[in-house]
Design a protein around this ligand. Structure first.
Ligand code: FES
Length: 104
């Protein structure tokens, strides 16, 4: 499946992502700046914060309770469509997904 990350400088990175991979792992594999994934995906760092493009909000769903709490401590201000990308798993129904990388 394809995923596009929109960067704060206006540029974009589009990459082929393997199903089953988290979008934090995919961002690291494709050198997406601003997605750090310090905790390795165990939901304790919030450095994998992304904002889901409006068109993809329903498909990606809402954050779970733990994730919701971590989204309150992200470096960049939380937005209504904020998610931790380590909690989104690549799947066929997300083909074409667009994620916005917040500034910082
Ligand atoms: S990688 Fe640490 S919370 Fe997602």
């Amino acid at each position: 499946m394809k995923v596009t990350w929109k960067l704060p400088d206006g540029s974009e990175i589009t990459a082929e992502v393997t199903h089953g991979q988290t979008l934090m792992e995919a961002a690291l594999a494709n050198n997406v700046p601003g997605v750090i994934g310090e905790c390795g995906g165990c939901m304790s760092c919030a450095t994998c914060h992304v904002v889901v493009d409006e068109a993809w909000r329903a498909a990606t769903g809402a954050p779970g309770e733990m994730e919701d709490a971590m989204l309150d401590v992200t470096a960049a201000p939380r937005q209504p469509a904020s998610r931790l990308s380590c909690q989104i798993t690549a799947a066929p129904e997300l083909d074409g997904l667009v994620l916005i990388v917040p500034e910082e």
